[in-house]
Design a protein around this ligand. Structure first.
Ligand code: TRH
Length: 402
């Protein structure tokens, strides 16, 4: 019998980095998985290589094109002459992904419209727990000028969405790490951190708006526990320095009352996962660290990306409704206070100083966090669900042509 060799699919992904590295954080994870687990040839176009380099130090700022971990990375510039040359090559791909509605270059859309077999065009959307996401997942829209088909593909936390990004062996790696008695101390030792069993280990990744001083004060005053807080460099620096009354630097340790604060370097995405697995409680933000904290199966506090006029409030609320924390955990009061949402005033009647209650979360939320992670992992991973959707579209398009 002659084995039929399937042609490797070719995919181009476009990502604009607004003012942060979060969007490329999500896209880089996705590109690596599509390349390594689905055997796709992946070309990733990024407009801001410097932000990308924060996450992936191998990135070179002087190259227009480079290959890292099997993914071809291009510097996406506004040079229209270059686009006239590159557009045809992109239009010949099997799939084009536009991340977070970043708008493809006009020349690419025009080249796709001229192609006999245009690529499957997907817009990968931001993560949201709002109920409307389920009905918009997979939805089709026609490009107004060309009539080209574009599908919206949503990550999510329910079975009617595209799931979350994680590798096939994620569960195995996490569980093996958590089961190895020395894994935590070995990981922490690399940063010069030693802990006793009585201490509570907390990671703190947030936006500058978060009420960090209030939180650190609550940690410093914590009754009988020692709180070890791990702060990535560059996070909430002004607030932390004000609180400590001194400048902070990477690798240094600061003590105030029951609080011991370590300033960590920015670690790789793989090490950041391990950091989350080590901690009893994780403060996370935006999209990607929020997802990693959920998958870690550890209690967490989420600071959503702040938007004008508190537009992020309903999004936070939608997640809280889905997450359904056990009664008596004060999670809602703590999260709304951490996000400075107006509802926190109403909730303050129930929970006078939410930050004083934070240290109860590791115990109250651990079982729930494990179950939540399990349910997410059972829903299937984003890259696999996306590839299934793409294959179906390719088959439909081929059937139309033949
Ligand atoms: O950087 P962020 O604020 O990203 C956000 C969101 O993506 C949001 O949706 C978008 O609109 C906004 O940017 C502009 O936070 P996020 O999403 O958690 O991304 C941070 C990335 O950094 C994530 O991939 C985890 C990673 N990380 C490390 O790799 N090492 C570290 O030491 C730390 C602290 C983070």
């Amino acid at each position: 019998m002659i084995a039929v060799q399937q042609k490797k699919l070719h995919l181009h992904l476009f990502c604009r980095v607004i003012d942060n590295y979060g969007d490329i954080g999500v896209c880089w994870r996705l590109c690596k998985l599509l390349q390594s687990e689905h055997e796709i040839n992946v070309d990733c176009w990024v407009d801001d290589l410097a932000s990308f380099k924060v996450l992936c130090p191998a990135v070179r700022l002087d190259l227009r094109r480079q290959k890292i971990e099997g993914v071809t990375i291009h510097h996406w510039t506004e040079n229209q002459e270059e686009w006239r040359q590159n557009a045809r090559q992109v239009a010949q791909a099997d799939v084009v992904i536009e991340a977070f509605a970043c708008n493809l270059p006009e020349a690419v859309i025009m080249a796709m419209a001229k192609s006999e077999r245009p690529p499957v065009w997907i817009n990968v959307e931001y993560l949201s727990a709002e109920p409307w996401v389920e009905s918009c997942h997979g939805m089709l829209s026609a490009h107004p000028k060309t009539g080209l088909k574009k599908h919206f593909f949503f990550p999510g936390m329910t079975s009617k969405t595209g799931g979350l990004i994680f590798s096939r062996n994620f569960r195995y790696e996490r569980d093996a790490f958590l089961a190895r008695p020395t894994a935590r101390s070995e990981f922490l030792n690399e940063f010069g951190i030693s802990i006793s069993t009585a201490s509570v280990l907390v990671s703190l990744f947030c936006y500058p708006e978060a009420p960090v001083a209030q939180l650190l004060e609550a940690f410093a005053q914590a009754g009988d526990k020692q709180i070890i807080c791990l702060l990535p460099v560059g996070v909430a620096t002004a607030d932390v320095e004000n609180f400590l009354g001194q400048q902070i630097e990477v690798g240094s340790v600061y003590q105030r009352g029951h609080l011991r604060l370590h300033v960590l370097p920015f670690v790789s995405q793989t090490a950041y996962d391990q950091l989350l697995w080590c901690c009893d409680l994780n403060f996370v933000r935006g999209e990607d660290s929020f997802v990693r904290a959920q998958l870690a199966g550890k209690p967490f506090v989420w600071q959503i990306y702040p938007q004008q006029e508190d537009a992020h409030g309903p999004k936070l609320e939608a997640f809280l409704n889905l997450y359904d924390a056990p009664d008596g955990s004060n999670l809602r009061a703590i999260w709304t206070a951490w996000n400075l949402l107006p509802e926190s005033l109403a909730l303050s009647a129930e929970c006078a100083n939410p930050f004083e209650k934070i240290l109860a979360l590791p115990e109250q939320m651990q079982t729930h966090a494990e179950k939540w992670a399990e349910s997410l992992l059972n829903q299937g991973d984003f890259a696999s669900l996306l590839m299934h959707f793409i294959q179906q579209e390719i088959e439909k398009n081929s059937a139309k042509i033949s």
